[in-house]
Design a protein around this ligand. Structure first.
Ligand code: B16
Ligand code: MG
Length: 219
């Protein structure tokens, strides 16, 4: 395997903040009188805050001015941050910290590739900031997944080409972003949603170097 760098999505891969994003959007959608369920939320995983709001407004047939949209995004983010405030060092998803440690001990480079503007805050709460050689978050990109910008920048900051990197993603938009950028990608979670990925794992509980190599050689 020629992989030298690993790019991890944040929400839904390193920590279960996906449920907090869902809850915060649900509160906002309810205020706006727009129906919003888990199926809608699945489409918003990995999608930027502004594009997520546009999705909800579009679903409800609502047209709002840019000031109101800004206010709504601030409101959603405040809900999200209050739901995420209790995240601490023990809340990384099972096996992920050990797997990242193993990769580092083998001399691999590690990057974060997240659409979230809150990524630094959440990584800080998990005390994982120092584990990353490069951090690309929603503040550093202009195009949302499925555009590959977030992963391209991660690869560039590690001094690697996309073909030298492996991406881990829990979102359909994220898997498409990786494929669009020419990366190999492992889907984390739903086999049907993520069926375009090169390989799929349920979680990181039994993940290690050997298992990862087997997964990729069978893909
Ligand atoms: P924020 P990821 C994504 O993070 C989330 O999956 C998505 O639900 C969220 O809307 C997006 O970040 C923007 O987040 O509002 O915090 O900037 O999965 O790419 O790590
Ligand atoms: Mg995600």
């Amino acid at each position: 395997m020629t992989v030298k760098g690993f790019i991890f999505d944040l929400d839904g891969v390193i920590v279960d903040t996906a449920s907090h994003h869902f809850a915060a959007w649900q509160i906002l959608a309810e205020d706006l009188g727009v129906p919003f369920d888990e199926k809608d939320n699945e489409l918003l995983k990995g999608v930027s805050r502004v594009d997520s709001l546009e999705f909800i407004l579009n679903k409800g047939g609502l047209v709002l001015d840019s000031q109101t949209k800004l206010r709504l995004m601030e409101k959603k983010n405040a809900h999200y941050l209050s739901l995420s405030a209790s995240i601490g060092v023990n809340d990384a998803l099972p096996g992920i910290v050990e797997f990242i440690r193993e990769l580092k001990s083998r001399g691999m480079q590690i990057a974060l590739g997240s659409s979230s503007k809150n990524a630094h805050q959440i990584l800080g709460q998990l005390e994982l900031t120092d584990a990353f050689d490069a951090i690309v978050d929603g503040n550093r990109i202009t195009l949302s997944k499925p555009d590959p910008e977030v992963f391209m920048l991660g690869a560039r900051l590690m001094g690697l080409t996309p073909s030298e990197c492996l991406v881990f993603e829990d979102a359909k938009a994220g898997v498409e972003a990786a494929i669009n950028g020419g990366f190999q990608v492992v889907g984390v979670g739903n086999e049907i949603e993520l069926s375009d990925a090169d390989a799929i794992i349920d979680d990181f509980e039994k993940m290690n170097w050997e298992r990862m190599q087997n997964l990729l050689s069978n893909s």
